[in-house]
Design a protein around this ligand. Structure first.
Ligand SMILES: [Zn+2]
Ligand SMILES: [Zn+2]
Length: 110
């Protein structure tokens, strides 16, 4: 049941930047949604560690027209354009306003 719902979400997912159907890697979305289930199972909302407290956004592709990265929110399962700011480790989903961690590869260390 749950997997069926995921399939439909993934099938209908369009690039949040150009609206195209092939900017998003569907296999990456599926992988991410399965992985994040484990996170929510062990999520520690009182933790001081950002990565235990908030889920990490899914990296699900790159827009073929603008070359911008596409991220996925695990709460509302909607894709959005990566919008991290330098030095920050969290972002807010532009759709549902939940706090999400930025993937390690996007962070800058001093
Ligand atoms: Zn696109
Ligand atoms: Zn969201």
């Amino acid at each position: 049941m749950e997997n069926e719902a995921y399939k439909e979400i993934i099938e209908n997912m369009k690039c949040p930047i150009c609206g195209g159907g092939d900017c998003i890697k569907k296999s990456a979305v599926e992988l991410y949604l399965n992985m994040i289930k484990m996170f929510f199972k062990y999520q520690d909302k009182d933790s001081d560690i950002t990565y235990r407290k908030y889920p990490t956004v899914g990296e699900i592709g790159e827009c073929k027209k603008t070359f911008k990265r596409i991220w996925l929110c695990p709460y509302c399962k909607k894709p959005f354009e990566s919008n991290y700011e330098l030095g920050k480790v969290v972002v807010k989903c532009p759709h549902c306003d939940e706090t999400l961690c930025i993937p390690v590869s996007n962070r800058t260390f001093c």
